[in-house]
Design a protein around this ligand. Structure first.
Ligand code: THU
Length: 160
């Protein structure tokens, strides 16, 4: 028997202004995208901005459905749009913002498990790390250099 410890590393920023200008711009775009969320059921709006190595920025927001499981998270709306429109481009950064309809949440909102698995697929495919930034409506911003910090022991195509 053996025990292992897996560590995750994040950088925590106090405010958007502490980030490099291009990342600040991605936050602005994600906040705009968040306004286009269709979230009549959860009333929880999520916005995502993805930057690609070809200079494109792809946006997404969560899209819900009366048949609940048919809806999709903002991260995957943006990821699949990026992958289908720019299949040869690498994803550099994913910026996530979120806000419930009620008052501000200071907790940074990380991507859900399914979205982590989807981000993992593209990080493995492009053989380059994807930076992930996430925040709540107000408060601190978390940055991870790679999806690996968010999903240890990733299930991946090599295991099929
Ligand atoms: N949601 C996202 O868009 N991304 C996540 O990573 C977590 C959850 C959405 C799905 C649903 O529309 C709402 O937030 C509440 O779960």
């Amino acid at each position: 028997m053996k025990e292992i410890t897996i560590t995750s590393q994040f950088v925590i920023y106090d405010a958007i202004e502490e980030l490099p200008v291009d990342t600040q711009n991605l936050f602005e775009q994600a906040l705009k995208a968040q306004k286009n969320a269709y979230a009549p059921y959860s009333k929880f709006r999520v916005g995502v901005a993805i930057s690609l190595d070809n200079g494109e920025i792809v946006l997404g927001s969560n899209q819900e459905n009366a048949a609940y499981p048919s809806g999709l998270c903002a991260e995957r709306v943006a990821l699949y749009q990026a992958a289908s429109n720019f299949p040869e481009s690498k994803i550099l950064k994913i910026v996530i913002t979120a806000a419930p309809e009620a008052t501000g949440i200071p907790a940074p909102i990380p991507p859900c498990g399914s979205c982590r698995q989807s981000i993992a697929e593209y990080e493995i495919k492009q053989e380059a790390p994807i930076e992930i930034y996430f925040m709540g409506e107000i408060g601190k911003i978390y940055k991870s250099e790679s999806l690996k910090n968010l999903l240890p022991l990733i299930f991946n195509k090599k295991l099929l």
